[in-house]
Design a protein around this ligand. Structure first.
Ligand code: FAD
Length: 309
């Protein structure tokens, strides 16, 4: 059995693996895909101390860092079920989709999240070529340009406010008849002079010239199609944690985020979690990495305090 078994090999999982291995712990990592969401990213300019990198480069660096240590990398596997120990100090079990069951004294869950997609023509084709999901990450690439935000909930309205300070103009499209964001955010949004809010506006297509986004089409409340010329579309219709496999075991929020305390501990002793899959706010690489390191140190603290049974 492992001392520490990490599920997920994005930034959070990779950081947890390096920290656990450096404590001399028997460490395993279920690595479906090194880098996680980072693999889907083009330019990265906010990974502090690295002025500019890209997703594949950073993912390869995360993998190389993990493999530099004595970590058992269980590649191309997904966890399908968690069997927590009934007694502190016992072994937790993690079932893999392959049917294997791994055992470990502590588990760190770092299975991340994924952005909900609009599912309209052009969205996949122009991903990272004008279609973006993360305003903190990609907002500055659109300085002085025209963008749309699809989604009128809190994250959509926050994104529109954020982007309005950087870009030339923001059009916010909300499918329903009114915005769902908190009133204070809506008031702030309506006070901005370079924002247009469209309700009953269903994004139906993202247009491009083969290289980049050039516009989008939406269907209005009257059923007619309208076109907007722009350079970027930020899709803000939800970030979904990859935690479906945990239902009925550890505590999750209504949104499916793993509830963690300030040490990365979950509702079950010996099971920790880190990164985008958790309630830790602000889903960013530097934050996920810090979170992974914290969860590994918390697992170490647990292991030195709770005797094995
Ligand atoms: P993830 O990166 O989501 O990794 C989780 C891993 O777990 C994945 O490999 C996944 O396949 C795996 N997994 C899921 N379920 C299971 C399972 N059941 N069993 C085993 N493995 C599983 N952040 C920035 O700071 N700067 C940026 O410029 C930036 N740009 C972004 C651009 C895009 C397009 C996207 C989508 C995100 C971007 N982000 C950026 C956000 C950043 O990528 C995430 O915050 C970060 O990757 C979260 O790390 P994580 O390890 O928690 O999760």
């Amino acid at each position: 059995p492992f001392d520490v078994l990490i599920i997920g090999s994005g930034p959070a999982g990779a950081a947890a693996a390096v920290y656990a291995a450096r404590k001399g712990l028997r460490t395993g990592i279920v690595a479906e895909r090194f880098g996680g969401q980072v693999m889907d990213t083009d330019g990265i300019e906010n990974f502090i101390s690295v002025q500019e990198t890209d997703g594949p480069k950073l993912s390869a660096a995360l993998e190389a860092h993990v493999r530099q240590y004595d970590v058992d990398v269980i590649s191309s596997q997904r966890a399908s079920e968690l069997f927590p120990t009934a007694q502190p100090g016992g072994l937790h079990g993690v079932a893999l989709e392959s049917g294997a069951i791994l055992h470990s004294r502590t588990v760190i869950i770092a299975t991340g999240a994924h952005w909900r997609h609009l599912g309209v023509p052009g969205e996949e084709e122009y991903r990272n070529k004008g279609v973006a999901y993360c305003p903190h990450c990609d907002g500055p690439f659109y300085k002085g340009k025209r963008v749309a935000v699809a989604g009128g909930g809190n994250s959509g309205v926050e994104a529109a406010i954020d982007l309005a300070g950087i870009v030339a103009h923001v059009t916010l499209l909300q499918r329903g008849s009114h915005l769902k964001a908190d009133k204070v955010l809506q008031d702030k949004l309506h006070s901005m002079t370079n924002v247009t809010v469209l309700t009953e506006a269903l994004t139906t297509r993202i247009e491009g010239n083969g290289k980049n986004v050039t516009g989008l089409t939406y269907r209005g409340g009257d059923g007619t199609d309208h076109q907007i010329d722009l350079e970027g579309v930020f899709v803000q219709i939800g970030l979904l944690p990859n935690t479906g496999w945990l239902k009925g075991t550890i505590q999750l929020t209504d949104f499916g985020e793993i509830v963690v305390n300030d040490h990365g501990a979950t509702s079950i002793p010996g099971i920790f979690a880190a990164g985008d899959a958790t309630t830790t706010p602000y889903k960013q690489i530097v934050i996920a990495i810090g979170d992974g390191a914290k969860a590994a140190l918390s697992a170490f603290d647990y292991l030195i305090r709770v005797p094995p049974i």
